[in-house]
Every structure is written in C-alpha cells, then in structure tokens.
Design a protein around this ligand. Structure first.
Ligand SMILES: CC(C)(COP(=O)(O)OP(=O)(O)OC[C@H]1O[C@@H](n2cnc3c(N)ncnc32)[C@H](O)[C@@H]1OP(=O)(O)O)[C@@H](O)C(=O)NCCC(=O)NCCS
Length: 190
C-alpha cells in the first residue's frame, strides 16, 4: 500500500491547464507513456481540455491539500474521452491518468482513477479502456489499473517507435455500472 498524500480532488478548471500541460509535457519529453514527441503548447492543451469538457466528459485534478482552491499545487490529473469516434462506441470511454513525477507512488493516481471510474459510471458510460504503452511507469500503471478492476484484453506489438525503440501497447478494460448486463440509456450521456 502506498503512503497517502494530503490531497483533494475536484473537476479541472481552465486555470489548471498550464500545470496540466507541464505535467504532461514532462512525460512527453522523458517517457514513452505518451506517443507524442513534442509537448503540446498551453494553447493546444486548452483546446483539448475545452473540447472534452464542453462535450461533458469528466476531467479531474488532484490538488495538494493546502492549496485545494487555488490553481496551484496540481499533483496530477485524469480524464475520460471517447474511445473511438463512431456512434456505436459512445458508451465506451478511454481514460488518461498522469501524475507529476515528484508526486508518484503516494496514492494520487489511485485516487484519481477511482474518482474517474465513479464519475463515468454515474454519467452512464458502460466500459472504460486504458491504453498503456510500455514505459518506465507501465508496470505501475498496469498494477494500478488491475487494482481498480481492469483486466488485460489485448496487446499490440511494436506499434510505437520513440526514443529509438519499438514499443508494445497493452489495452486493459473494466465495465462501469451495469456494464453489458442491461441496455444502455442514452439520456445521461453528454
Ligand atoms: C501510472 C501513474 C499514473 C501512477 O500514479 P501514482 O500516483 O504513482 O499511482 P499510485 O501511487 O496511486 O499507485 C501506484 C501503484 O503501482 C504500484 N507500483 C509502483 N511501481 C510499480 C512497479 N514497478 N511494478 C508494480 N507495481 C508498481 C504501487 O505499489 C502502487 O500500488 P499500491 O497502491 O497497491 O501500493 C504514474 O506513474 C504516471 O503518471 N505515469 C505516467 C503516465 C502514465 O503512464 N499513465 C497511465 C496510462 S494513461
């Protein structure tokens, strides 16, 4: 069990985007967790943030407990977005969880993932996918998702190429709410 940080979770706000961009940018530059090569600008991250949140997808931040109401102290973030564009996929979301390097191993990722799962189930989504590329933190990510009910449903070999190496990608999945035990309800979706 990892030691817990004093933190709180809340929906992300536009003023959090520079810190979100910094956390993501560091991962882009230093790891294969993201398949982007160049860190997106704050403007680009703002566009991505707005597109998701205006469509009603949940986007959460974990904030240092002492700074909960300020746009400072973002320890990590998690969001869900469409897994695929075509309409029949609309009850399935793909998640993304990033924790600042210095805040890892203290329960931030777990707290964000648990809250994201809960929120997506409340919104009426039925399945969540996690697409995890081999990286320095993929063992932690797979352990984290496994602990939150995800199972490995497939792996694709060498579909990424970054930092001079071919990279495998693993897909994990868990159901949300009633999963496939009942027909979905379009009404609560964004
Ligand atoms: C994956 C990531 C989100 C985890 O965040 P975190 O705040 O460190 O996660 P937590 O502290 O809540 O939990 C990590 C779990 O992995 C375990 N873990 C850590 N390193 C591990 C390893 N090498 N092998 C197996 N398990 C490991 C920890 O023990 C912990 O489990 P526990 O709580 O049962 O002890 C973080 O490493 C990260 O941001 N990585 C880069 C982005 C990424 O890969 N995102 C996931 C794909 S979208």
């Amino acid at each position: 069990m990892t030691p817990r940080l004093d933190m709180s979770l809340r929906p992300a706000r536009p003023e959090d985007v520079p810190q979100i961009a910094a956390i993501y940018g560091q991962a882009v530059l230093t790891s294969t967790a993201s398949f982007e090569i160049d860190p997106p600008s704050i403007d680009e991250m703002t566009t991505r943030f707005s597109r998701l949140t205006l469509a009603g997808y949940p986007y959460l931040v974990a904030v240092d407990g002492a700074l909960a109401d300020q746009a400072d102290g973002v320890l990590g973030y998690a969001y869900a977005g469409p897994s695929h564009a075509r309409a029949a996929y609309r009850f399935t979301v793909e998640n993304s969880v990033y924790v600042a390097q210095e805040a890892r191993g203290q329960g931030v990722g777990g707290a964000l993932l648990a809250a994201l799962i809960r929120t997506c189930a409340e919104h009426g989504y039925r399945q969540m996918l996690a697409v995890i590329s081999e990286s320095s933190s993929s063992a932690a990510s797979q352990a984290l998702h496994g602990r939150h009910g995800f199972t490995l449903v497939g792996s694709a070999r060498s579909i990424g190429y970054k930092f001079g190496a071919w990279i495998d990608v693993h897909t994990m999945q868990r159901s949300l709410g009633e999963g496939d035990r009942s027909p979905p309800d379009d009404a609560p979706l964004p």
